[in-house]
Design a protein around this ligand. Structure first.
Ligand SMILES: Nc1ncnc2c1ncn2[C@@H]1O[C@H](COP(=O)(O)OP(=O)(O)OP(=O)(O)O)[C@@H](O)[C@H]1O
Ligand SMILES: [Mg+2]
Length: 226
């Protein structure tokens, strides 16, 4: 999916026409096809490095899937640098961490942001993200939501962190986002090997921030099946 030059921080792409929406729809189709075929519903999005575009990819994919009549839940389980609340213009005073600490119930944790689209913000940053995500309550929460949603996208920190391994273990599959020209082959290989070692299935790779032409500062996403 293509991101234009004036791409503002954490932008939610709402327009239907243009290269960017076309790319998002393309990725959406690939994911839906593979998910159907392999019976996948809960998908983690991770990357090799920081800032490659995981959160941006999640919110736009989720938004486009919801527009396509899929019931979608986005969970911000990046408890170190949470940003999912931003494009949806939500406050992040409470969320997943409160739920995991048993301060909120399930219903209070889930917020509707658009038709067919619900979000769980991270909540206040914890001092012990890895321990919190390791709680059985996290897996139980995700498993409970499977009944109500067609797709659940789970935002995670980069794959090297223990948090991602835990998140991956409660998801059905993962998408790796790589930043074109920045992520090296070795980094991607390490990321894939890490997933494999943890038995985390990889549904595909999104290549992000590709310059369209030599002197064109547009960026776009590209989906590559593993
Ligand atoms: N395709 C794109 N074109 C241009 N800018 C992009 C694109 N995708 C993401 N960005 C920008 O790159 C920055 C990082 O994006 P984002 O926060 O989605 O990455 P992330 O992988 O979730 O980062 P983190 O590792 O910190 O969680 C943001 O400023 C975002 O606006
Ligand atoms: Mg992020």
């Amino acid at each position: 999916m293509v991101i234009k030059k004036q791409y503002s921080e954490r932008q939610l792409i709402k327009k239907e026409k243009g290269v960017i929406p076309e790319q998002i729809r393309n990725i959406r189709t690939n994911i839906q096809y593979l998910a159907d075929k392999r019976n996948l519903k809960v998908i983690m999005v991770t990357s090799c490095r920081q800032g490659e575009g995981k959160s941006s990819a999640i919110v736009n994919l989720a938004y486009f899937m919801a527009k396509n009549n899929k019931k979608v839940l986005v969970i911000d389980s990046d408890l170190r640098l949470p940003t999912i609340h931003k494009p949806f213009q939500l406050q992040n005073f409470s969320g997943l961490t409160d739920f995991l600490n048993e301060l909120m119930d399930e219903k209070e944790t889930i917020q509707q942001v658009a038709e067919n689209l619900d979000v769980v913000t991270s909540g206040p940053l914890p001092y012990n993200p890895t321990e919190l995500l390791s709680k059985k309550r996290f897996k139980t929460f995700i498993d409970t939501q499977r009944v109500d949603y067609d797709f659940i996208f789970v935002d995670a920190p980069p794959s090297g962190l223990a948090d991602s391994k835990i998140i991956g273990s409660v998801c059905d599959s993962t998408i790796i986002v790589v930043e074109n020209g920045k992520t090296t082959k070795n980094q991607l290989k390490t990321c894939i090997d890490t997933c494999k070692m943890q038995n985390i299935d990889i549904i595909g790779v999104i290549r992000n921030k590709i310059r369209k032409k030599k002197h064109d500062s547009n960026y776009y996403y590209n989906y590559v099946k593993e």
